[in-house]
Design a protein around this ligand. Structure first.
Ligand code: SF4
Length: 352
């Protein structure tokens, strides 16, 4: 594919085509990704979300990368479902530090009937604060998806993790087909989809391409595509996996951008291990969403002020809410940036 070719929105990608995108020279790939990115987004805006674990650990699933799985001993402190009021306090805090979306994650195989009323109250409460709402609760049935949609849930996160071929090497307690079924229910109920995967689990290039093909060939692209770098946690079966070449990670972001031109591609777990130069390259490749200012479920996430300093140095602004731009909220975020700029910690490359 020539560097000048424009990529349109498609749902029929083949493995050979996607591998060819990955295998071209790095600069050609980055140029294409940045060109496509600029055609659909403001290249200097990044959407910021905050993620809160509302129920932690003791998960019956056996995802080999996950410290929350009850199958592995990682020393993680387990927590029951959080009280609704506590969740709303955390959401208010997230809004105050500039997040526009609040994602709530529970380590469940699926939500139980007794937990659903609390979960629905959380959605309604967070929504009432003026935040976009997102949840990740495991497998859903049609009744549950309808109830969540009715409560005002904007996004449902349900990752495909990897290719269908590699999936059984990583998870044995559920099938790829079940994941796709939940995504179909979510779409049918009118909610937006957040779905992506993880690099660094020992997968091949075919598996990375295969994951992106599964996402891009859905009838509608997920609105949000988180691309995670494995966070190696002692006690999990993947604790000693080899590091991913940073350039290969950037390639994954760039190909995701090309295949799903209108989706937000999220630079997700593993960002704490990335230096600022790599994060800047990720934004260049078309990543335009991050988790910000909170713990990323159970693994660390760079501090909010560090993120704001990086945004300021790169001239990036946080994206306002998609549906109705909240000018007051945007002004508050920009004020925070100005304060960062004048803080002693801020290194102003332009005047140095
Ligand atoms: S990734 Fe989710 S489903 Fe898998 S073990 Fe962790 S919490 Fe459970």
């Amino acid at each position: 594919m020539s560097a000048r070719t424009t990529v349109t929105t498609r749902h029929d990608w083949s493995l050979a085509e996607v591998k060819a995108l990955f295998q071209q020279p790095f600069n050609d790939l980055l140029f294409q990704a940045q060109t496509v990115h600029r055609a659909h987004f403001d290249p200097n805006q990044v959407q910021v979300s905050t993620l809160l674990s509302i129920k932690t650990g003791a998960c019956p699933e056996d995802c080999k990368y996950c410290p929350q799985s009850g199958h592995y001993n990682t020393g993680l402190e387990k927590q029951k479902l959080m009280e609704v009021q506590k969740v709303l306090e955390e959401a208010a805090r997230a809004k105050a530090i500039g997040s526009t979306r609040f994602c709530m994650g529970a380590a469940w195989k699926h939500p139980s009937a007794k937990d659903m009323p609390y979960v629905l109250q959380m959605v309604k409460g967070v929504k009432a604060l003026g935040l976009e709402t997102c949840m990740t609760l495991g497998k859903l049935d049609q009744e549950q998806t309808a109830a969540l949609a009715q409560a005002g849930l904007d996004y449902y996160n349900h990752n495909l993790d990897t290719s269908p071929e590699f999936y059984t090497s990583i998870i044995t307690t559920r099938t790829y087909g079940e994941r796709l079924q939940t995504l179909a229910y979510v779409r049918d109920a009118g909610m937006k989809i957040c779905s992506g995967g993880i690099l660094g689990m020992g997968e091949s290039l075919d598996d990375r391409a295969g994951l992106l093909i599964q996402l891009a060939n859905l009838p509608e692209h997920p609105e949000s595509v988180p691309i995670n770098m494995l966070v190696k946690v002692a006690g999990t079966p993947l604790a000693d996996e080899q590091d991913v070449d940073p350039f290969d990670f950037i390639r994954m972001l760039a190909v995701a951008r090309l295949l799903m031109p209108k989706s937000h591609v999220r630079l997700s777990a593993g960002r704490e291990q990335m230096n600022e130069q790599m994060q800047a390259l990720a934004f260049m490749a078309g990543a335009n969403s991050i988790f910000y200012g909170e713990k990323l479920l159970t693994t660390g996430n760079p501090q909010a002020d560090k993120d704001m300093q990086l945004f300021a140095r790169l001239g990036i602004k946080p994206e306002a809410r998609e549906e109705h731009g909240d000018e007051v909220h945007q002004a508050a975020i920009e004020q925070a940036l100005v304060e960062q700029r004048s803080s002693e910690l801020f290194y102003d490359a332009a005047s140095a």
